[in-house]
Design a protein around this ligand. Structure first.
Ligand code: HEC
Length: 321
């Protein structure tokens, strides 16, 4: 126990360095290799995380005793943002928040490992680790510039470059294996041509919509031609606006660089409801042979909490003209 704590005291800032580099490379891997679109809150977390990769490295190399004081403002703010983002994804505490009215939705869960590990969760873990390690360093007066006899300590080139090169090597391997995938290359060469954007239409996180022309009036949800009951269509419309409209457009006709047309598309016409349910559940990675746009659709549209009935209701709603 004694030895573990003394090891931790001496190495806490190297652990923080490791966490910052893994977080930075991991987020670049998700966006640049896997093609997951970062939302507004993701960008704030990146702004707070990326500088730490440099600041911690330089502070360690300079043996700057103030290093924890430079790190903590960033890591504490980052901890706040990623906690908020995670609660936004997983709870209704902040329903109606006006964040992420534009671009990728902040509530889209691109990954959901073991049912709780999402990308903001990973960021939260990294910020928490960096905060705790900086606090430990602060209490111990690390980094120290001199040993007990007052002799200047050598610059820790080996330790710092070991961490940086190690993380870079792992992620370079991931980047190369992702980039060499022929289907990714094919998808990238396929420009996203057929798009229709509703001018001025905006979807807020609570699913309300600012464009009166898109049929958000529940009365228009009922369509005698499809034979579905009006309650299902209203339910489907609500869920569609909350979960899918950020990428597929409030009217289902697509949004540039986020998602393609669904309503009235050939794909919708040529698949049964059950087939479409399967497609939505699975999502489309970049290397999926069925991918036509070079953009990613997250599993279940990034809403793992939706039931089969929910998604079938969305499909019913999208089948209305
Ligand atoms: C983060 C953006 C995003 C969200 C959120 C999203 N989608 Fe998608 N979706 C896409 C993209 C991008 C594609 C096209 C992928 C491709 O090239 O095959 C797609 C494709 C699809 C397809 C296949 C269409 C076709 O022509 O191949 C269906 C069906 C679909 N989405 C339904 C949904 C539903 C239902 C929801 C809400 C529960 C949803 N999507 C949420 C981005 C998104």
């Amino acid at each position: 126990m004694e030895r573990i704590s003394s090891w931790l005291n001496r190495n806490s800032l190297y652990i923080a360095l490791l966490a910052a580099w893994i977080a930075m490379c991991g987020s670049l891997y998700f966006s640049e290799v896997r093609g997951y679109a970062p939302c507004v809150l993701c960008w704030y977390q990146r702004i707070l995380m990326y500088p730490l990769a440099g600041v911690i490295a330089i502070g360690l190399l300079r043996r700057d005793g103030n290093l924890p004081y430079y790190v903590l403002p960033f890591s504490l703010l980052g901890l706040g943002v990623s906690t908020y983002h995670y609660l936004l994804e997983k709870t209704d505490l902040f329903a109606g928040s006006s964040f992420c009215a534009q671009g990728a939705s902040c509530t889209t869960q691109w990954i959901n490992w073991f049912g709780f590990v999402t990308i903001p969760f990973l960021a939260l873990t990294a910020f928490l680790l960096i905060t705790l390690m900086s606090l430990i360093a602060m209490l111990n007066g690390e980094p120290v510039a001199e040993d007990e006899e007052g002799d200047a300590l050598r610059t820790p080139w080996l330790q710092v470059s070991g961490v940086v090169v190690g993380v870079l090597a792992v992620f370079t391997a991931l980047f190369i294996s992702g980039a060499q995938d022929p289907q990714v290359a094919a998808a990238e060469q396929n420009p996203f041509a057929t798009l229709a954007i509703t001018p001025g239409a905006q979807v807020r996180v609570d699913g309300t919509i600012s464009d009166p022309a898109t049929g958000s009036d529940p009365a228009t949800g009922s369509d005698p031609a499809t034979g579905s009951d009006p309650a299902t269509l209203v339910h489907g419309e609500q869920l569609y606006l909350q979960s899918c409209a950020a990428c597929h457009g409030a009217d289902g006709l697509g949004v540039a660089n986020l998602g393609n047309q669904l309503r009235g598309s050939d794909f919708f016409a040529s698949n049964t409801d059950e087939q479409l349910l399967g497609v939505v559940r699975q999502g489309r990675e970049l290397n999926d042979p069925a991918n036509t746009t070079g953009l990613v659709m997250p599993p279940s549209g990034g809403r793992p909490d939706l039931s089969d009935e929910d998604i079938l209701a969305i499909i019913q709603y999208l089948r209305t003209p």
